[in-house]
Design a protein around this ligand. Sequence first.
Ligand SMILES: [Zn+2]
Length: 388
Amino acid sequence: MKRTAISLFIAAVLCAATAFAQPKICIDAGHGGSDPGAVGNGLRESDINLDIALKLRSLLNADSNDSSGGGSWRVIMVRTGDTTVSLSSRTAYANSNGANRFISIHANAFSNTSANGTETFRYTNGSSNSRSMQLAIHDELVDATGLRDRGAKTANFYVLRYTSMPAMLSEQGFVSNRTDAAVLASASRRLDMAKAHMFGLQRHYGLAAYDPTQNVERGTVSLDMAEFSLNPVRLRARTTGDVARVVYLADDQWNLGESDNKAGKYEVRRRFYTVGARKITAVGYSASGRELARASRTVTVQNRDMVFTTASTTSNPVALFAQGGDQVAKVRYYANDTYLLGTSTNRGADFPVDYQFNFTGLRSLSAIAYDQNDNEIDRHDRDIRINP
Ligand SMILES: [Zn+2]
């Protein structure tokens, strides 16, 4: 290993170790002891809350701000067993121990068993930090439970009102609803809920979501390509999360090229030797080389000078769109061969025009491509159904 690489590595580790202060997180498992909380479908809320709280403690303790990511936390627990704790003792515990954040974990119940879903609360007059924490955890938690999103709400609950630090309360789901109860009864789903609280805390503190128990990085990939593409094809994907590189495959096996992130875009141009329908797959990798996500779609590759790609059924105003080869300098769009709808000069290979039609239903459209000298070099007609 080169000397510069070693010192850079040491500098990075020192930075990581010192940059992130250890927030003190107070975890409050709701109810307990003589107060089981909500009861239904064979479940006691106090048990569910405690299990998620203990799992969250383990996760936060495992998160050590190592070079792979994550943060580092001090965790204090309102209760670690099936014990009775008053509301005032809960807030006094958090306040007197100087907690930086307070997270109260609950499950819901309602007399109407059709009530269902996940919701979170912050104090009505809470700080912007309580809102930021709530929203980050809310998003993760709704993902984790997969239940109905009842919203990120405000309330005057005692534990939110009398805690002196940013605080929130999460309601994972309804023990009184059969679908929700099945999720709450699953230990692996409760682990997902605990992780959601950790991921949300990490994001709230400006870190990428990171699972220290599995080294899991996360991200999504979506292909951003028209159904018809002109040869050479411009392969385009968008990503979220930790995706740092996208590799494109044809028919799941032929490597078409790869791109690092260039301002949120992952573009590769590639000439196909076989035209027609091809399955394109974009595979997203993290900086450490782990595959995080992939997306596929079938694209019809064409060799003509211009491809008229406006969808055959579309809504008003119509986004007229064609892609042209190197010779194409502009594209004009016509209705019924007579009415000029607009002209687009070259923006890369894309020729977009938006047009508001006065009539809906079937219209006969043409896209005509012209070269630099205004010679018509390609033309495509198609019937388009415009929805009201
Ligand atoms: Zn409760």
